[in-house]
Design a protein around this ligand. Structure first.
Ligand code: SAM
Ligand code: SF4
Length: 473
């Protein structure tokens, strides 16, 4: 059994990073013959992409995917630890799985992802959820065939959660959700240690992949017909800072753009590492999309300091202005946390003012959730939950107002849209995203799926737009 350890994560500064190649033993490739798997994913794009890896590994083991949990022989929950409410959902879902296992004892069930990296969660599983079969962490995905093999053999709970600072495993296969858009990890982990955030503990030290592996992955995706890549990391602008080279995000963005892929995106950008060179590269390369997710978290310098964000409100606004001046057409979105310990009414008003200044295209907004083991969880919190909820509501009203205003500017304009699929709500309508990441529902023939078309925007909603193809590209 290998359990997670937060003290190790906290004190890991000088630990080295090892890179190795994914392999699966021949004798494990038939384990899933005639068996079905079901996987449920919680959390961010990083988790979604991990699920793509897990699915491909399971299919190498001959498992077949199904979308009904009750019919599965193997059930996995790929979890998120960012906020407490996901924990509640996951533990709630475990109740359903336990019930199923009572009538189908052969079913193998497990938890993986960020929650599995939390000491307190693993302790809870070991005391109250011993009927689970496997628990594995974000650093152990490549080892899933062996973990599963062991669990099936032992028929008792197998916990494999490495708390290493992190490694890099190249060549893990992926069963991608889309045939046209792909996530490409450029780095793993995070070293920023914002005081509220659990990611540096659950995902380990910042490890940048070497540029050749990234460029090769993008070139392979182009050969497979992909039109868009999203370069993925918790703090992509810090790409390369952990490597002994003078090659950073600006250089990488440029090289990825030069592969000729139609669209390049990147998430998430920490304002601290966003350089002028990056702005220039985005401006100069038309296939880098004018869409920037730039989390601000708070508009108050007191709170930003308590959060350990390393920038001030003034610095954020300066960067925001610089991006908007260089890329006036770009859309900028953000993340905001309300109700951080000791956030006063006046701190909160500063956040509202910042939103009034930036008029973000949209934002993810959250009530602060104390994460055990992080410094902010130990701060005395003097704001009631009702007050926090009220602030969130007030903020959301403002955010929605500016989202609608930003969308309104598109009415009657013609914009490029990557048409991805049928709309989930209406199979007679197609859906896709503009270069600026606006969701568009389009009347059109299915032959356009998997192409980029000029679409005239005919109607505006708060969260989406309607449009029609004006001239076939
Ligand atoms: N790396 C990104 C950055 O630096 O902005 C953010 C990654 S985190 C997965 C996504 C968002 O979750 C954060 O931007 C933050 O707004 C929110 N978040 C993280 N920890 C939180 C907490 N303890 N309570 C509430 N929201 C949190
Ligand atoms: Fe978390 Fe992002 Fe801060 Fe890293 S930079 S600690 S992922 S909020």
């Amino acid at each position: 059994m290998k359990k997670p350890n937060f003290d190790f994560a906290r004190n890991r500064k000088d630990t080295s990073v090892e890179t190795s190649e994914y392999i699966i033993a021949e004798n494990l490739k038939n384990i899933g013959q005639n068996k079905k798997y079901f996987i449920k994913t919680y959390g961010c794009q990083m988790n979604e992409h991990d699920t793509e890896n897990i699915k491909a590994i399971l299919e190498q083991m001959s498992y077949t995917e199904i979308d009904k949990m009750e019919d599965a022989d193997l059930i996995l929950l790929n979890t998120c630890a960012i906020r407490e409410n996901v924990h509640d959902k996951v533990f709630g879902y475990l109740g359903r799985i336990k019930h199923l296992k009572q009538t189908k004892p052969h079913v193998v069930a497990g938890i993986c992802g960020c929650m599995a990296q939390e000491e307190s969660v693993v302790d809870k599983i070991l005391s109250k959820y011993k009927w689970l079969d496997i628990v594995f962490g974000t650093h152990n995905i490549h080892d899933l065939p062996n973990i599963l093999d062991k669990a099936l053999e032992k028929k008792e709970l197998e916990v494999q959660v490495l708390s290493i600072a992190g490694n890099i495993i190249e060549g893990i296969p992926a069963k991608r959700v889309s045939k046209y858009k792909a996530w490409v990890n450029i780095m793993y982990g995070c070293d920023k240690f914002c005081t509220y955030c659990i990611v540096p503990y659950t995902r380990g030290k910042q490890r940048s992949r070497d540029k050749e592996s990234i460029i090769n992955e993008v070139k392979n995706l182009i050969n497979q017909g992909y039109l868009e890549v999203t370069l993925l990391g918790q703090n992509v602008n810090a790409y390369g800072k952990d490597l002994d080279v003078s090659y950073g995000m600006a250089e990488l963005l440029k090289e990825v753009a030069l592969t000729g892929i139609k669209r390049v995106r990147f998430v998430t950008s920490h304002p601290w590492d966003f350089t002028d060179e990056m702005i220039e590269v985005i401006k100069d390369n038309k296939n880098i999309m004018p869409y920037i997710h730039l989390p601000v978290q708070s508009g108050s310098n007191n709170i930003l300091k308590l959060m350990g964000r390393r920038y001030t409100r003034e610095k954020y606004l300066e960067l925001f202005d610089k991006i908007k001046k260089a890329l006036p057409y770009s859309s900028i979105t953000t993340d905001i946390i309300v109700g951080f310990p000791n956030e006063t009414e006046s701190d909160f008003n500063e956040t509202l003012e910042l939103v009034n200044t930036c008029k973000f295209d949209s934002a993810f907004t959250f009530v602060f959730s104390p994460r055990e083991g992080t410094p902010a969880a130990k701060m005395v919190d003097n704001i009631s939950l009702v007050e926090k909820e009220n602030r969130l509501q007030e903020l959301n009203i403002l955010i929605n107002k500016y989202s609608k205003e930003a969308n309104d500017k598109y009415l009657g304009k013609t914009v490029p849209v990557l048409i991805e699929d049928y709309s989930q709500k209406n199979k007679n309508i197609l859906m896709g995203y503009t270069d600026t990441m606006k969701l568009v529902n389009i009347v059109g023939d299915s032959k356009y799926i998997g192409t980029i078309q000029n679409v005239k925007i005919t109607d505006i909603k708060t969260w989406s737009m309607d449009g029609e193809i004006v001239n076939e590209l």
